[in-house]
Write a protein that binds this ligand. Structure first.
Ligand code: FAD
Length: 473
């Protein structure tokens, strides 16, 4: 018999359910494929950097699988429809008996998989697995059998389920015969070239090393440090989780190995970190319960009546980190240069676009996606809808971040700001959050813009726009 593993966003050999199941029969011939779909990626607005990380990870995976005697064939076609055609044909040519893959939960991905299952029905057995989450979508529900719309009760129910579930990691497959000679590198993707950057070396080994170090040395300080962007107080594992070079089970098990009582210690850093992993689950479970989220519909209907401002110049100033608000600009430059942004800053910069510039959150969601190494539809959409007050569990629309006081609170000495805005290097700590005021006093001209909006006025405009929408538009 021939088993084919279709790798998608699960680019690792350890703790990979589909791969593990395909290798369960020692006598089966096991093959693996990955299908790049650059036109589809363009439609989804995927960042070229993320494609580069996928490419680099694939290369490592190909070598690791070859060591195990499993060939990984990388194919490239336009979009999901073409991928289904190609795969059906490939199964025929290679006489595949069973196809193994880990589920993806986005709408287009699910439609693709349904289409494929129809095409293969009666010829190739399709076996799919819940692999990219700690608990499968639909398994954590209210007493009434519905998806939770608010995070905290979801989390409490989630933790109860967690204690009842078997979350052990699966080992990498055993070698199947001789190792294969190192294969040729896959064809370059037909996608804009980009660098992944030195901060995020590709591959599951790099991810596991970072996970181990974080759980051993840093997680205990997580609650104290996680909101301070000048420190490396968070795990920076998101790019690996987003493409599946690392699994959430690996995160959970590592955390529990270092902190066995994590579930019973809600005040601990370890629990605080687990809480973030559960946010990740929450947004995925939501996306499955409310597929309209995949089409960028707001969770709260009336917010679609907000009259957003069409202002390309302002949108561009935000994108380039030229708003005149130092913490927002430093954040956007971190994103543009590295493809990663600290969570506190994602909240501040998203809030600024929506609540200070009154620009449609979807423009921000798209821009983040186009830059992020960890771009993930559910987490990005969830984060944007939270910041824009359009989502489940969102900040209420009348709660509006003040970008200056946020900066003062979370980057008090301006260490992070100075790192990304060298034009403010000379501004003293006390003035770093309003450098223009300092420059005026000093009779200096800064190579830095004046604030593009007045926060107080912007806040009033936004409140009025949301109130008008709420009362009928
Ligand atoms: P850690 O603090 O170490 O957290 C561990 C892991 O938990 C992360 O790697 C991530 O997988 C998950 N996680 C943490 N916070 C959240 C959260 N709020 N929601 C969902 N998952 C979370 N995260 C993405 O992975 N991809 C995105 O495209 C994305 N877009 C976002 C957009 C906005 C506007 C906001 C406010 C948040 C977004 N997030 C996104 C969530 C969060 O900012 C990042 O996951 C986090 O900053 C990644 O850094 P880390 O790995 O050091 O996180």
């Amino acid at each position: 018999t021939t088993h084919l593993v279709w790798l998608r966003n699960d680019l690792r050999i350890t703790d990979n359910q589909a791969l593990h199941a395909a290798c369960g029969d020692p006598s089966a011939r096991v093959l693996a494929v990955f299908i790049a779909t650059p036109q589809q990626w363009r439609r989804h607005g995927m960042a070229p950097r993320q494609a580069a990380l996928i490419y680099a990870s694939l290369r490592q995976l190909q070598l690791a699988l070859a060591q195990k005697g499993i060939p990984l064939h990388c194919h490239q076609c336009d979009d999901f429809t073409a991928a289904v055609d190609w795969l059906a044909d490939y199964c025929e040519r290679r006489q595949v008996d069973a196809l193994f893959y880990n589920r993806q939960y986005e709408l287009n991905e699910r439609r693709r998989d349904q289409l494929l299952a129809q095409r293969l029905a009666g010829r190739v057995a399709c076996r799919s697995f819940d692999d990219g989450l700690l608990l499968p979508p639909g398994s954590v529900l209210t007493g009434g059998g519905e998806m939770y719309k608010v995070y905290t009760p979801f989390r409490n129910a989630f933790i109860r389920r967690l204690t009842e579930s078997d979350l052990r990691c699966l080992p990498a497959p055993k070698p199947r015969g001789e190792a294969l000679p190192p294969p040729e590198a896959p064809e370059a993707f037909d996608y804009p070239a980009a660098e992944t950057g030195a901060d995020f070396p590709a591959g599951e080994e790099a991810a596991l090393q970072r996970l181990r170090a974080f759980c051993r040395e840093q997680v205990q300080d997580y609650l104290r440090q996680r909101d301070l962007p000048a420190l490396a107080g968070t795990s920076s594992l998101s790019p690996y989780l987003a493409i599946g070079a690392l699994s959430p089970r690996q995160c959970f098990n590592r955390l529990r190995a270092e902190h066995p009582s994590v579930l019973a210690a809600p005040e601990s850093g370890a629990f605080g970190w687990l809480n973030e992993l559960i946010w990740r689950e929450f947004y995925r479970h939501l996306m499955v319960a409310y597929p309209a989220l995949c089409r960028h519909r707001p969770f709260i209907d009336w917010t679609d009546k907000v009259r957003w401002r069409q202002d390309d110049a302002m949108l561009q100033a935000w994108q380039r980190g030229q708003t005149g608000y130092p913490i927002v600009d430093a954040a956007m430059r971190q994103l543009n240069e590295t493809g990663w942004m600290h969570n506190r800053l994602r909240m501040i910069s998203a809030s600024f676009l929506v609540k200070d510039l009154l620009i449609d959150w979807r423009a921000g969601e798209r821009y983040f996606m186009s830059q992020l190494l960890d771009g993930d539809l559910a987490a990005n959409n969830g984060g944007w809808q939270w910041a824009a007050s359009t989502g489940t569990d969102a900040a209420p629309y009348f709660r509006i971040f003040n970008p200056t006081t946020q900066g003062e609170r979370f980057d008090p000495q301006g260490t992070f700001i100075r790192k990304w805005l060298p034009e403010l290097a000379a501004v003293p700590d006390n003035d770093i959050h309003h450098p223009q005021r300092w420059a005026e006093k000093q009779r200096l001209t800064l190579e830095y813009p004046l604030p593009i909006v007045d926060h107080k006025q912007a806040r009033l405009d936004t409140l009025a726009a949301f109130e008008a929408a709420k009362s009928g538009g």
